[in-house]
Ligand binder design. Structure first.
Ligand code: ZN
Length: 449
């Protein structure tokens, strides 16, 4: 018999009919308790949540963790996407060591969980020497922290082509990529409710990998029933490049690659025409909106409301820590609210929409129906925020306050029914030491190439 925990009478909770709290049994939520009510059966433990605003654990659907070694890098600040990536690629290619990579992953995961994120993906495409086991490192580090992870096995197989320069030492042969993708799937892809690790396959972008890799990757995902991910139309130039080079739209090119299906979620998805949106909706493709990165690089504004109206699932991602330059998903929720209000108006996009994108929306992109919602039968992945900072003083609606006043740090985080953050501290991580080690590693990246 699993122990039953009553999270009692939260200050506010993002679930209707749970004003009296929720009951967690093992890894799952088993009951919502209405206002003034009692659990249907005795409980073993209570947690008094009267000071906490409780939301489903946030889900991060797009990231590049290694990039936190080059946050606010002098060579890259104040640039748009292509000059930015041209500045950073040689720096990453030259300085990324296995030790630095592991510290980057540890920092990114810790930063994410402290922001209230319980599940993350990481689109890792940089396979410099010694990083062949990058997915294994990420699985280990996520396991240490107790976070759920979708290991998003990225890839690059073109060394040099017009408009794109991937340094040769981070590019792999197509056969090597496919063999390792299969290995990673067999080792880490868990199916079914409650999975702690899953695998998705993710060529970096359709225009910096071969058509053959796109097609073979889609076939591999189909064979193993896993998700597919890539970047698409982050910039207008990318859409123009596609039209000039392939005489078709980016969405038509995806179709040629065998990538228009419900396994696929795309990062950014900014510069779509109306007919492309309709096509994505017809085929069940989802979009990960990355508001912070889009604003930093001035890439453009995702057409979130048109996409949703057409039936496309929308989730949120922090995107890489060199274009964000943070890994705080709660901050991303606030940025999503503000950026989308600027485009669509203050009544069209609410704090609940932004929270929905970061929870159930992102979960849908990762192909998961067991997380992202507080409801009986779902996994007990929960983020608890306190409103005891000056910035919340005098706040009225507690759920709106999280987004409007700008919560950034969860006070407690639970994943699969287990506490992973208590009193604002991640369990099992010496944050001071981690910052010292990571800071030392990052200094090497400041050397000019
Ligand atoms: Zn990205």
């Amino acid at each position: 018999m699993e122990s039953r925990l009553w999270i009692r009478s939260p200050l506010a909770i993002l679930a209707e009919g749970a004003e009296g709290g929720i009951v967690v049994e093992g890894s799952r939520i088993v009951e919502l308790v209405p206002a003034g009510g009692q659990p249907a059966a005795p409980v073993d433990e209570r947690f008094e949540a009267g000071c906490h605003v409780v939301v489903p654990g946030l889900v991060n659907a797009h990231h590049h963790m290694f990039q936190n070694l080059t946050r606010s890098h002098p060579a890259a600040i104040n640039k748009s996407l292509w000059p930015w990536i041209r500045s950073l690629y040689p720096v990453w290619a030259r300085h990324m060591t296995p030790e630095a990579f592991r510290l980057a992953v540890r920092v990114a995961l810790t930063e994410l969980i402290l922001s209230g994120c319980t599940t993350t993906s990481d689109h890792h495409y940089l396979y410099a020497a010694g990083l062949e086991d990058a997915m294994d490192v990420e699985a280990e580090e996520a396991g240490r922290l107790g976070m759920r992870v979708t290991l998003t096995r990225g890839s690059l197989d073109i060394k040099d082509q017009q408009g794109v320069i991937s340094p040769p030492n981070v590019v792999q042969d197509t056969d090597v990529i496919l063999a390792d993708s299969q290995r990673v799937i067999e080792r880490y892809h868990r199916r079914g409710d409650g999975a702690m690790t899953q695998v998705a396959l993710a060529p970096c972008a359709p225009f910096d990998v071969s058509l053959e890799l796109m097609r073979q990757t889609a076939a591999l995902a189909e064979r193993h029933d896993c998700r597919l991910h890539t970047h698409l139309v982050e910039t207008r130039a990318e859409a123009d490049f596609c039209r000039n080079r392939f005489a078709c739209t980016p969405v038509d090119y995806l179709e040629q690659c065998g990538w228009l299906n419900s396994r696929v979620w795309l990062a950014h998805g900014i510069h779509f025409e109306d007919d492309e949106i309709a096509k994505l909706a017809r085929h069940g493709v989802g979009i990960c909106h990355c508001p912070t990165s889009n604003m930093v690089l001035a890439a453009g504004q995702c057409r979130t409301c048109e996409l949703e109206a057409a039936g496309v699932a929308i989730g949120l991602g922090v995107d890489g820590s060199a274009s964000n330059d943070s890994s705080n998903l709660m901050e991303g929720v606030r940025h999503a609210l503000m950026l989308n209000r600027l485009r669509y108006g203050s009544e069209a996009v609410t704090h609940l929409d932004a929270l929905r994108w970061a929870t159930v929306g992102s979960a849908r992109l990762l192909g998961r129906s067991d997380i992202g919602v507080i409801a009986p039968g779902r996994q007990a992945d929960l983020a608890f925020y306190r409103l005891n900072e000056l910035r919340f003083s005098g706040a009225g609606d507690p759920l709106a306050a999280l987004v409007l006043c700008g919560a950034t740090q969860a006070n407690r985080v639970m994943v699969a029914g287990r506490w992973r953050v208590r009193d604002g501290a991640p369990l099992g991580v010496d944050v001071e030491r981690l910052m010292a080690e990571h800071g030392r590693a990052a200094r090497a990246f400041l050397q000019t190439v």
